[in-house]
Structures are given as C-alpha cells and as structure tokens.
Design a protein around this ligand. Sequence first.
Ligand SMILES: NC(=O)c1ccc[n+]([C@@H]2O[C@H](COP(=O)([O-])OP(=O)(O)OC[C@H]3O[C@@H](n4cnc5c(N)ncnc54)[C@H](OP(=O)(O)O)[C@@H]3O)[C@@H](O)[C@H]2O)c1
Length: 267
Amino acid sequence: MVLSKQNIFVLGATGECGLTFLHHILSLPPTTAPRLTLYARSPSKLPAPLLTTPPPNIKIIRGSLTDIPHLTTSMASCTTVVSFLGAPPNFPNIFMRDKRTPIADALAGVFEAMRKNGVKRILALSTPAFAVPGEREAMGWGWWLWSCIPPLIVPQGSAEMKAIGETVSKQADLEWTVFRVPQLLNGGEEKGIKAGFLGPKYEGWIWLGRVSLVRWVLGEIEKGNGSGGHRWCRIERGKRAGGNKLGEGGGNVSRGKGVRKGIEKRG
Ligand SMILES: NC(=O)c1ccc[n+]([C@@H]2O[C@H](COP(=O)([O-])OP(=O)(O)OC[C@H]3O[C@@H](n4cnc5c(N)ncnc54)[C@H](OP(=O)(O)O)[C@@H]3O)[C@@H](O)[C@H]2O)c1
C-alpha cells in the first residue's frame, strides 16, 4: 500500500528509534508521508512543537500497553503496527538479574487490538537474542560469542527482546516482520543494510544507524509483505570487504558522514 494511504500505529515513539522514525516521517513531503498514530505512555517526551501544534498527519495518544480497550479504540483506522519498544539498561535489573518481560507480556493486548480493528501487519524490533530455528547451529563462533554478551550485561533487555521475537512470530494469522538489530548508533545515514539469516554467509556488521533502521522499516511497510506472511531478519549495516558490498549503487539507503565517523571510531 502506498505510504500516503497508511496510518501507522507506532509503539515506542518516545525512544531513540521512535523519535528517529518520527523525524524521518516529518522530513517527507506531506503528499507522500503516511499518517502516524503515536501511542505512548509518556508523550511528554515527544518534541514540544509536536505536542503543541501536531501536523495534520500525526495523532498523539497517551496510553498504557496494558489498557486493551484504550489500545483498541486508539488503533481504529490504522493499517500497520510498528514497535520500537524495548527495555533500556537499568542497573537494579542488572544486579538483580531480573528477566521479567512486561513488553512482550503486553503484546497479547496489541494483537487483540489489531484483530478487532482488522490490522494485519506488524513490524517489531528485536535482537538476535531471539534466534530463529537453525541459526545458533549455523552461525560462526564469532557471532556466537558476540551473542553471549547481551544476556550477561543486560539480562532483562535481552530477555525482553527474545520474548518479543518469540511472541510476535507465534501469531500465525498476522503478517509479522521481526527485525533484529545489532548495536544502534545515532547520527547521519549509512549506506547499506543487510537483512537475513545469521548464518556463516552472513555479511552484516555489528553496528547500525537508527536513521538507516527507520528508513528500512518504512521501506518494508511500503513494499508490503510480499510473502503475505511472516518474516524475521537480522538487519545491519553492510560489511565492508574491499569496499562496501551492500548499497554501493542501487542500495536503498545512503550514508552520511555523521554515523560513518561514529561507526569507524567505535568499530
Ligand atoms: N541501544 C542499542 O544499541 C540497542 C541494541 C540492541 C537492541 N536495543 C533495544 O532496542 C530498543 C529500542 O532502541 P531505542 O534506542 O529506541 O530504545 P529506547 O530509547 O530505550 O526506547 C524504548 C521505548 O520503549 C518504550 N517502553 C519501554 N518499556 C515500556 C513499557 N513497559 N510500556 C510502554 N512503553 C515502553 C519507551 O517508552 P518511555 O519513553 O515511556 O520510557 C521508549 O519509547 C531498546 O530499548 C533496546 O532494548 C538497543
């Protein structure tokens, strides 16, 4: 469906990815931009001008993930759900080894609201903490080692990401996309995105700019779910091997200097 006909129900709009998504939508020409319904527990974290004078294509609703009746009425006329929800690192949780998953637990209410409103499509952020069948066995030892770090240093966030991937991917009657992100960076744009199975031939890298992420998500919404069904993928910046293999001409994302510098510094 063309973007201008979409009404995207955004969860996690007040977080860094959500705000980047919002910023990207606001940069689109009004004739091509989708409508957004931002459902947030703390809308005061949204940019002040948006709260005082929201553009006509943006609706802001304060609400809790566990308030299913409110979720349901708020989702009326939406076409797609996008979730950038996730648990931020939290020291007490790290020390207590807390692994509760309030977001994943609340997703049942989101699915119920979707079904009641006839919304079929959901794209949800997760990480490789949610491994797809066969992936752990197929990935190289480097990726395996890397995947052991998040459960150690952010047990709750990692448990939440795993549970989100598992919960979304069980919804047989919905068209879901679980996009599993690596380390996220702010800044400009990147050049390439690799989306796929984290096996031995995987060529992604461990960094991804949020700008590239949100452009990719929007591109997926615009393309529609070609398979008419389900998809999971790991998305990353394309790895450079004798030049960036991905996105060099024909890539759907382009790279700006800000993130590139950030990536090179940290990489
Ligand atoms: N930073 C990284 O490099 C990295 C790497 C891999 C994965 N991740 C995961 O990706 C997620 C998204 O990234 P981000 O940078 O956008 O994170 P973020 O800035 O922490 O945003 C998280 C969003 O989730 C919302 N949220 C959290 N718990 C909620 C709850 N119980 N009910 C309703 N809303 C809730 C937050 O709402 P409030 O604003 O109201 O708190 C916020 O909008 C992270 O939370 C993390 O788990 C991050």
